[in-house]
Ligand binder design. Structure first.
Ligand SMILES: [Fe+2]
Length: 485
């Protein structure tokens, strides 16, 4: 009876993360409907927490789960059915040192973002937390990086997702973080990223890599306090950071008394700090301050014809989102945390914010633009969204959409009830540059299955052109990427 009540109380999304996900080897995927576009050639990679429990102990926050990567190869070897293409998928946990140690022990041993290490206090004192490698992926020519913002990335085999080991990109000092939000300029083939070194006044480390991922340029910038910085944006000749009004109180974390999440404090009085760097020299151009908000993610940035920097973000009024995301880990949420697509205009010479405009009054996350438009004006922004009428205190994101900045209209995909798509990934067709596709991994709570759906990027409101069945449930994931052949 208690079990039935629990099932009735929980929303359909909760089933996808109720038990540890099962890995599977390279497996041909059955087509449920439609056909795979011939010009869709390459691999979709996604990363997210695969397991939230071990040995009867539950993690403290959704961000604590061990990273597991899904790879879906489209029309690329290994072919099924002769040389006619098709799709194969593989799903693997990242074999981090901590994952292997905990697997061998059969229990959780380490603390993380939302949990202290299990056991007595002396077990937690100055103990490192586990690199869970669960946040995003960066596809390089000869390896896939599993990214987590607190440490080095892990390198994996692009085809099999076998873990090769921790990777310093030829230039990361030991322990220096490499964030989960690199920004790739497809035109110059440069890769920018950052990592925040903890401290009373934390250090923002800036990195520029070549196309292979090798770090070729570095810079350091000392921040005011220790702000929680998750993402940044490329905007024409600039790298733009918004240090939100959240500060980390680092000492209870080092002492093992409190979790990192518990030590993140909403401090509206400090406002949002604007930092603009020159992307060539990685030196500071200007800094400013504006009203407080929190953002996890940027959509895009560019410089308009007047020389102003334009930055689009998914903006929250406060930091309640962290509480909501903690609740997700337990399959039941009650804290509303709405973010809206918001445009910020900045004078890059002074760092002064000249205008803040809400573009879309709908709860949304994971905004992005076509990869070739990163750092430049983009007519379209793709995003995850809550369908109209959704109770956002109890439901996770249940839609994807495209916002047209020219016509100021939103086109939404209709996924029906109890279906939860991952962040939309934009792919330009390999045969026709005018054609593009949106890929999303959908958890269907009606039948407890996961599928890959392919939409026409310019016809999101129409039926997907193809749906593929995955061998097992893929838990809700954070970020992904596409690597064309
Ligand atoms: Fe993120």
């Amino acid at each position: 009876m208690a079990l039935i009540n629990e099932k009735l109380r929980k929303k359909a999304w909760a089933n996808a993360i109720a038990k540890p996900a099962q890995e599977f080897p390279l497996t041909p995927l059955p087509v449920i409907s439609g056909t795979i576009p011939p010009g869709l050639r390459g691999t979709l990679y996604r990363n997210g927490p695969g397991r939230l429990e071990r040995g009867g102990i539950h993690v403290g926050h959704w961000f604590d789960g061990d990273g597991a990567i899904l790879g879906v190869h489209f029309n690329t070897p290994p072919y099924q059915g002769g040389d006619r293409g098709g799709a194969t998928a593989v799903y693997r946990y990242v074999q981090t040192d901590g994952y292997k140690e905990e697997t061998a022990a059969g229990k959780l041993l380490y603390g993380n973002y939302g949990m202290t290490a299990p056991g007595a206090f002396w077990n937690r004192w100055l103990k490192p937390i586990k690199n869970v490698a669960n946040t995003s992926v960066l596809a390089l020519p000869d390896k896939l990086l599993a990214l987590w913002e607190g440490d080095h990335p892990y390198a994996l085999d692009l085809q099999t997702l076998e873990t090769k080991g921790s990777d310093n990109l030829g230039g990361l000092d030991k322990g220096l973080p490499y964030s989960a939000h690199p920004s790739v300029d497809l035109h110059t083939k440069e890769i920018f990223n950052f990592g925040v070194s903890p401290g009373a006044n934390a250090v923002l480390n800036l990195f520029k890599s070549d196309w292979t991922g090798k770090i070729v340029q570095k810079a350091k910038f000392t921040l005011n306090g220790f702000p929680a910085i998750h993402d940044f944006v490329l905007a024409g000749p600039y790298l733009v950071f918004f240090a939100p009004a959240v500060r980390v109180n680092v000492f209870p974390i080092l002492a093992g008394i409190s979790t990192y999440s518990e030590c993140l404090q909403w401090q509206p009085q400090v406002g949002t700090q604007i930092l603009i760097f020159n992307r060539q020299t990685l030196s500071l151009v200007s800094r400013g301050e504006t009203e407080p908000w929190f953002q996890w993610h940027f959509a895009n940035g560019y410089v308009d014809p007047n020389g102003e920097v334009i930055v689009d973000i998914a903006r929250y009024q406060d930091f309640q989102t962290n509480q909501f995301l903690q609740e997700v880990a337990f399959g039941e949420t009650h804290t509303p945390a709405k973010s809206t697509l918001t445009r910020v205009r900045i004078n890059p010479q002074t760092g002064a914010v000249t205008n803040i405009q809400q573009i879309l009054d709908r709860h949304c996350e994971f905004p992005s633009v076509p990869p070739e438009n990163v750092g430049q004006a983009s007519r379209y922004t793709y995003l995850s969204i809550s369908q109209e009428g959704t109770d956002i205190s109890q439901e996770i994101l249940n839609g994807i959409a495209c916002y047209d900045h020219k016509t100021e209209t939103l086109t939404e995909a209709d996924l029906g009830e109890n279906r939860y798509p991952s962040e939309p990934i934009y792919v330009t067709d390999a045969d026709n540059p005018e054609q593009a596709w949106i890929l999303t991994v959908v958890y269907d709570g009606n039948c407890d299955r996961s599928q890959v759906w392919v939409f026409d990027a310019h016809r999101l409101s129409e039926e997907p052109v193809c749906k593929l069945e995955l061998p097992s449930v893929i838990p809700h994931s954070f970020h992904g990427t596409w690597k064309g052949v």
